[in-house]
Design a protein around this ligand. Structure first.
Ligand code: FES
Ligand code: FES
Length: 172
């Protein structure tokens, strides 16, 4: 019999209280205990980026993090990118520009790109390449991925500008 651990953490804005095996990685906790299978299981060696999630807003490879290390912390998975049932602009642009083919790498790339746009809303192509250097994709050749991140950054900037101008209008 293995020792179980009570693990309290926030996943995608919802508090969770899970009883998990103490040896499990965050990837296993997410997929097997929280039943969130959007995060993909790839190499389990920290080499492919398929398992990337955000831990307190920063990208981590969930296959290299023990679930027990996440006590009390905030985890964001690809399932947490939608807001009120609306896709995140990154998800829309990935779909529109063919940046996802088989899609296995896509959840890890989306959350990593989200962390980049959160800290740099208008990243250069070089910054996007650097941020995604640990996320392997065997299908797209990467160009569509970089273009989709750039398109999402523009879309988010336009949305912020129109929200600011409608705020100004309504305060007149
Ligand atoms: S499954 Fe974690 S880096 Fe490949
Ligand atoms: S879309 Fe298939 S691995 Fe990236």
């Amino acid at each position: 019999m293995t020792d179980k651990l009570r693990l309290g953490l926030d996943i995608n804005g919802e508090p969770k209280d899970l009883l998990v095996d103490g040896y499990k990685t965050l990837l296993e906790v997410l997929r097997e205990d929280a039943r969130l299978t959007g995060t993909k299981h790839g190499c389990e060696l920290g080499e492919c980026g398929a398992c990337a999630v955000l831990l307190d807003g920063e990208p981590v490879l969930s296959c290299l993090v023990l679930g027990a290390e996440c006590q009390g912390r905030h985890v964001t998975t690809v399932e947490g990118l939608t807001e009120n049932g609306r896709l995140h602009p990154l998800q829309e642009c990935f779909a529109d520009l063919g940046a996802a083919q088989c899609g296995y790498c896509t959840p890890g790339i989306l959350v990593t790109a989200k962390a980049l746009l959160d800290r740099d809303p208008s990243p250069s192509r070089a910054s996007i390449q650097e941020a995604l250097a640990g996320n392997l994709c065997r299908c797209t050749g990467y160009l569509q991925i970089f273009e989709a991140v750039e398109a999402a950054a523009k879309k988010m900037a336009q949305a912020a500008t129109s929200a600011a101008s409608s705020d100004r209008e309504s305060s007149r």
